[in-house]
Each structure stands twice: as structure tokens, then as C-alpha cells.
Design a protein around this ligand. Structure first.
Ligand code: GLN
Length: 436
């Protein structure tokens, strides 16, 4: 595949009939598939084959879907371009020569290229919405707790949710209907009553008459001019259909990127400790191919083997985050970084709650910039982190959001993000379906 969309191409058939029979789905490679390799885009898990299915995969199978492959991604979900994958970058089918966004870049590209009807990604700080925006497709980040994380390899578990991609809002909502809901394997999930038996897909009516849209001014500041223009064109389109907008302020979002990265890196340093070459991950002896130095962890020096395994198995971005996260959590610095970040998280939540008292949904560009050219951003991690400015606040606040195509600037896709109150997915689906 020229675009390098899949890490593993393998067909997994579902039940004979169900709401998704005849539908193909690409699954991000950090979501466990029994008997089919799940690498997280990392050398550390090359060849790892899970013994069980993630809950979302069991639900896809029960719904009759056909899984067509495991989609490429930034290593362990850490990135916004899919370029940190050990298995190489993915090209953007909607804008060749540009990144597909990340970290679920392969999933979005699969839908954009027509390699799958639907796809699943995971969104810790924007990893469904960013690639949806960059590839010109629809992506939903559900409210924290709506979708089971059982079988999702954790990056930053207090922030992430699995979410759907599709070409239309209605199709993304159909996939959400299949994966959403309480799971006994994930204690953070809950059953959300569907008012009036209406499914998420049923909510895709495109009716925005009387919808009150709040536009947070902070999320437009510093954004690319062409992106901002395309955003306002989409808002004007919604106005023509009966929606109204007013500006709102979210002063706390100025601190969201720094708070997000402290929390995400801290959780990552803990979650990734299991890749030690004994419980999970390549064993350093195998990795170096050097028999004489391949003393196993059981027989040799634990610290040396652990260090060698992680040196060889993890890429630079993952190492950087484990180091920074370990530092942020260490005694003496905990209050200075982690605790402060948690305080900022609470403030962001409060800001969103207040803004949503005066608006039904909040709207912004999904990404402040159009897709980068391949290779453009990798040398500058800080630039990459700052591009997440509009998506990470939503994860800090545990809220649902959708990215829907808004148009193009210089031939490059632009996404519009709508954010709603907790478990307000239907409201987002109703509004976004006016655009796609
Ligand atoms: N770009 C963000 C990060 O690198 C978000 C990633 C994600 O949502 N998995 O952490």
C-alpha cells in the first residue's frame, strides 16, 4: 500500500448479520485483536499477538463488521502526525505529501482513501479529531466513560477514549451506537439512557434551527488565516440554517497544553513501565541479536536488561515522554508540576461548564493549522505539542467533541470542532450532520 495505512492487513470476519454486516472497519493498532498482531506502532511490540479482543472489537464482531486491518499510528499514540510510528509515516490521501494527522493517522487515512468504510481510533488529546480534520473525514471523541477502554493499550488512561471515523456524521454515529455503553471490564464506563429510544445515528437530522453556538475567542487566536476563514464560512453556513453564534471566553485554555502534557507524560511513564522485556515487550537479547550479551532478565542483571530492552524498543518521542513524566512525578517535584497540572485541569473543566451554560455547543477550528508537509514538524516537538491547543482542553474536561469537514484552504482540508456537555453526543451529532 503506497500510503502505508496499515501495519497489519488481515481480515477478521464478524457475525453473519448485524447492523454493520457488509461494512469494513479499520482498527487502530493499539486496540487489542485476539490472534492478530497489535503493535502500537512500536518496535517494542513488533510481533505481539494479544490473547483477547478489546471490548470494542467484540462489539464490532457481534455487529457483523469485517475488520480489514490494524491501522498505522504514532508510537503508543504519542504524536499528531503518525510520523513517530516505527513502521514509517502514512501519506495523507486527501492531501498527498502531507501528514494525515495523528496519532490515529492510519485510521483516518483508511476512510479517506476508501480502504475501509469506517475506522476506530483513540483520542487522548486529539488523536481522533486531528487526523479527521487533516484527512477531511468525520471523527468523534466520546465523553470519558461512554466507550470501554478494555483492551486499549493505555497511554494516558484518565484522558483517553476510543472513537469512530467515517465519511459522514451519520455513519460515525452508527459506529458509536455499536461501541458505546457500559462494560463490566472497565469500571469507568456507564450506561447512558438513550432518550426516546433514539439511537446516535437517529440524531443525525442536520437540524440546527435555534442552536446557540459559542465561539471561544482563545481558540481562534494564533490560528492560520486560511483555517480561520474556512471556519467562519462553516459557521455562516450553520447560521443560514437557523443557528446563532456568540463569542465566549475560556481563559483557562491558555494553560491547557502545558497541563495536558504534564498529565499525559506522567501517566505514560507509569503505564509504559510494563514494557520491560519480561511481562511485555521485546527481550533485549533478541533485539540486539547479540547472543553473548543476551542474558535473560531472570538470570542476569534486571536493571541492565530493563534498560537495554527500553533503549532498543522505544523511539525517541516515547523516551522523551517517559523521562519527562518520571521527572514530573518524582519526589520534590510532584507539587510543582503534577499537582499544578491537576489544578489547571479542574479550572479548564469549570470554564467549559460555564461556557456551556450559555451555549448548546462550542465551536472552533479543530486544528489551528492545515496539515504539515511530511517531515516538516518532527525536529520540533514543541511546535507539534502547540498544534494540539484546540483539542487537548476537551480531554482535560472529559467532554465529547466531534470534528467535521469545514472546507479547504489552499486545497488542504480544514476541520470544524464542536464540543458539547458531558454525554451530549446526540446534540453534537445533530448539529454536525448539518455539515457532513
Ligand atoms: N498529540 C497528542 C499527544 O501527542 C494527542 C495524542 C493522542 O490523542 N493520542 O499526546
Amino acid at each position: 500500500m503506497s500510503e502505508n495505512i496499515f501495519i497489519t492487513e488481515e481480515r477478521i470476519d464478524g457475525a453473519d448479520d448485524g447492523p454493520l454486516s457488509g461494512t469494513t472497519v479499520a482498527v487502530k493498532d493499539n486496540i487489542s485483536t485476539a490472534g492478530v498482531a497489535t503493535t502500537c506502532g512500536s518496535k517494542m511490540l513488533e510481533g505481539y499477538v494479544p490473547p483477547y479482543d478489546a471490548t470494542v472489537v467484540s462489539r464490532l464482531k457481534e455487529a457483523g463488521a469485517t475488520i480489514v486491518g490494524k491501522a498505522n499510528m504514532d508510537e503508543f499514540g504519542m504524536g499528531s502526525t503518525t510520523e513517530t510510528s516505527y513502521f514509517g509515516a502514512t501519506d495523507n490521501p486527501a492531501a498527498p505529501g502531507h501528514v494525515p494527522g495523528g496519532s490515529s493517522g492510519g485510521s483516518a487515512a483508511a476512510v479517506a482513501a476508501g480502504e475501509a468504510d469506517l475506522a476506530l481510533g483513540s483520542d487522548t488529546g486529539g488523536s481522533v479529531r486531528c487526523p479527521a480534520a487533516f484527512c477531511g473525514v468525520v471523527g468523534i471523541k466520546p465523553t470519558y466513560g461512554l466507550v470501554s477502554r478494555y483492551g486499549l493499550v493505555a497511554y494516558a488512561n484518565s484522558l483517553e477514549q476510543i472513537g469512530p471515523f467515517a465519511n459522514t456524521v451519520e455513519d460515525a454515529a452508527t459506529l458509536l451506537d455499536v461501541i458505546a455503553g457500559d462494560d463490566e471490564h472497565d469500571a469507568t464506563t456507564r450506561e447512558v439512557p438513550l432518550e426516546g429510544d433514539e439511537s446516535y445515528a437517529d440524531a443525525a437530522t442536520g437540524d440546527v434551527d435555534g442552536l446557540q453556538i459559542g465561539v471561544p475567542t482563545e481558540l481562534l487566536e494564533g490560528a492560520d488565516e486560511g483555517v480561520v476563514e474556512t471556519f467562519w464560512d462553516a459557521i455562516a453556513d450553520l447560521e443560514d440554517r437557523g443557528a446563532e453564534y456568540h463569542e465566549v471566553s475560556l481563559p483557562s485554555v491558555e494553560h491547557a497544553v502545558e497541563a495536558y502534557y504534564v498529565i499525559a507524560m506522567s501517566e505514560a511513564s507509569s503505564n509504559l513501565a510494563r514494557f520491560d522485556g519480561v511481562r511485555y515487550g521485546l527481550s533485549a537479547g533478541e533485539a540486539s541479536g547479540d547472543e553473548s550479551s543476551g542474558d535473560s532478565a531472570a538470570a542476569g542483571n534486571w536493571n541492565e536488561t530493563f534498560a537495554r530492552t527500553r533503549k532498543e524498543g522505544f523511539g525517541d518521542e516515547v523516551k522523551r515522554r517517559i523521562l519527562l513524566g518520571t521527572y514530573a512525578l518524582s519526589a520534590g517535584y510532584h507539587d510543582k508540576y503534577y499537582k499544578k497540572a491537576q489544578d489547571a485541569r479542574a479550572w479548564v473543566k469549570q470554564d467549559f461548564d460555564e461556557a456551556l451554560e450559555e451555549a448548546d455547543v462550542l465551536a472552533s477550528p479543530t486544528m489551528p493549522v492545515p496539515p504539515f508537509e511530511l517531515g516538516e514538524s518532527l525536529d520540533d516537538p514543541l511546535q507539534m505539542y502547540l498544534a494540539d491547543a484546540n483539542t487537548v482542553p476537551v480531554n482535560l474536561a472529559d467532554l465529547p467533541a466531534i470534528s467535521v469537514p469545514a472546507g479547504e484552504t489552499d486545497g488542504l482540508p480544514v476541520g470544524l470542532q464542536l464540543v458539547g456537555p458531558a454525554f451530549g453526543e446526540k446534540r453534537l451529532i445533530r448539529a454536525a450532520s448539518a455539515l457532513a
